[in-house]
Design a protein around this ligand. Structure first.
Ligand code: PEP
Ligand code: MG
Length: 566
């Protein structure tokens, strides 16, 4: 049996499957046979025990995992939740049912808020399951922890699960839900886990089956033949023998420089990014600094963050994006109106324009930080759909003292009119996550349409090509800052379409640097042409891979296969 999903990176792995256990069944809604006091005692003990267990897991894991788990422990100790459970017990429910209903109520409330708060709903589900498991004395669902390495198959992972993955044991990760820009995919990329997401058939694989996980092809082979296994072993040996390309500036094989920049959400990631060879920052997502804020941050508060960021990159380019609120990243102080389709609503620059003082304050804080540091600050607007919006942003940015003002191309309309957009802006940066979502009309948060969320799609590539062409014609830089830039082979194609820099999670830089060094600009342009001519995303990827392997067979040295093992 074989099935496909969306491969993250180019890793290859083989090993035995362990599936993430299915969630516990919903506790029956029948009257308790115990007294309310007895049920109350049970739940009080279970909540306390759950909080202790979660905290201990956090202590063991350390780092970010500890933060995630401490937050979960607090959920188990939340007094409002405890009151809600107590009231349900008083009305005759069992402790299990009362806990289940109270947690579900909170979860629905968070989901209703959408975006990042909505994503935390998963964490509440996780705590709820733990409490019910504690009450019923069954094993707690979660990532299996055997004493041997395994391929983890799951529907999707909650942030708490991903933070806790034991990277020495997880050979590969295959999920049936989630797209290439989902939380799980981004984490897999950051941690260099061999991964395939959105593989809907994954849940049919039995525990203990051997699987080959080939992220380059987005392919999972179940119970492979001896011949297939031997082929994988040979390939893995060849890859591990490869000497990694030393850290240095990104460039094609013919020496064309392609700066490799980091995507950051806070200044704390700056040192790691520099250590991994980031030549600057291609996307600083400022909204991450203010997700929990209920009132707009002051100029002084913002200036402090931006100064810390810019100070980490003396003499280097740092591209900061103005607040990108709305849709998956709601900011309470920017847009609270209920929208039926928030991805098509008052988001990005539209929301800033409706709150112009917030935009002005942010630009002022950025200009002040720029004046106080030696980095080369560029500022761009998110979700720009029209030439008029571009003109508006460039004018207001310059008025605030920003020297280089650009726009993100995330909406097909701005890609199609890139020549006119770039006439007004100093640069463009293509957000392939949203550009793919809007081109294919496929919600990037939705697992059921994950297969459509593939930036290899020729429709997306054609739009990228429009922007690249306009950039060349006008002599303006065109960066890529969506997750597509982190896919090594696609990165080469994007350069062939006219991208002049690539920005990605810092952990992905090494793989992209290595791949760029294998090909010349002429080859990148050739691959771009081949991908553009394909009928779909899988066909585009396959056609470029086929061209490369054909060249390898004719023994051209620059086409030696990459041997990196992720
Ligand atoms: C994008 O849409 O590609 C992008 C980089 O922005 P974000 O992922 O923050 O929406
Ligand atoms: Mg975006």
């Amino acid at each position: 049996m074989e099935f496909h999903g969306v491969g993250i990176g180019r890793g290859l792995a083989v090993g035995p499957v362990l599936r993430m256990p299915e969630p516990l069944p919903e506790p029956a809604d029948q009257p308790s046979s115990l007294s309310a006091d007895a049920e109350q005692e049970r739940i009080t003990d279970a909540l306390a025990a759950t909080a202790v267990t979660i905290r201990l897991r956090g202590e063991k894991a350390g780092g970010t995992a500890k933060e995630v788990l401490d937050a979960q422990a607090l959920m188990a100790e939340d007094p409002t939740l405890a009151d809600d459970i107590a009231a349900k017990i008083q009305s005759g429910k069992t402790a299990e049912r009362a806990a289940f209903e109270a947690f579900a109520g909170f979860r629905d409330m968070l989901l209703g808020m959408g975006g990042y708060l909505g994503e935390r709903a998963n964490d509440l589900d996780d705590v709820s399951q733990r409490v019910v498991a504690e009450l019923t004395g069954v094993a707690v669902p979660g990532v299996p922890d055997p004493d041997y390495p395994f391929v983890l198959i799951a529907r999707d992972l909650a942030p708490a699960d991903t933070a806790l993955l034991d990277l020495d044991k997880i050979i590969a990760l295959v999920t049936s839900d989630g797209g290439p820009t989902s939380h799980t995919a981004i984490l897999a990329r950051e941690k260099s886990i061999v991964a395939i997401v959105g593989a809907t058939d994954a849940t049919q694989v039995a525990d203990g089956s051997t699987v080959i996980v080939d992220a380059t092809a987005g392919l999972v082979i179940v119970d492979p033949t001896e011949e297939q296994l031997a082929g994988v072993r040979t390939e893995l040996e060849a890859r591990s023998a490869e000497v990694p390309v030393p850290i240095g500036p990104g460039a094609l094989a013919d020496g064309t420089p392609i700066p490799l920049l980091a995507n950051l959400g806070s200044a704390t990631g700056a040192a790691d990014a520099v250590a991994l060879g980031a030549e600057g920052v291609g996307l600083f997502r400022t909204e991450f600094l203010f997700l929990d804020a209920t009132i707009a941050p002051t100029v002084a508060e913002q200036q402090e963050h931006y100064t810390a960021l810019l100070s980490a990159f003396p003499g280097k380019k740092v591209v900061v994006r103005a607040l990108d609120a709305g849709a998956d990243k709601p900011l309470a102080f920017l847009n609270t109106a209920h929208e039926e389709n928030p991805a098509l609503g008052l988001r990005g620059l539209r929301a800033l324009r409706a709150n112009e003082q917030i935009l002005r304050d942010q630009l002022t804080a950025l200009a002040n930080a720029d004046a106080a540091t030696d980095a080369e600050l560029w500022v761009m607007a998110p979700m720009v759909a029209t030439v008029e919006e571009t003109r508006y942003f460039a004018a207001i940015a310059r008025e605030a003292g920003i020297r280089t003002a650009g726009v993100m191309v995330e909406v097909p309309s701005s890609a199609l009119l890139a020549d006119r957009i770039l006439a007004e802006a100093d640069f463009a940066s293509i957000g392939t996550n949203d550009l793919t979502q809007y081109t294919l009309a496929a919600d990037r948060m939705l697992g059921s349409v994950a297969a459509l969320q593939d930036p290899w799609h020729p429709a997306v590539l054609r739009l990228v090509g429009e922007v690249g062409r306009a950039g060349v014609a006008l002599g303006k830089p065109v960066g890529i800052c969506g997750e597509a830039a982190a896919d090594p082979l696609l990165a080469v194609v994007l350069v062939g379409l006219g991208a002049t820099s690539l920005s990605m999670s810092a952990a992905a830089i090494a793989g992209v640097r290595e791949e760029l060094a294998r090909f010349t600009m002429a080859q990148a342009v050739e691959f771009a042409g081949i991908a553009l001519a394909a009928t779909g995303a899988n066909e585009a990827r396959a056609a470029v891979l086929a061209t490369i392997s054909k060249s390898e067979q004719s023994n051209q040295p620059e086409h030696q296969p990459s041997q990196k093992v992720e």
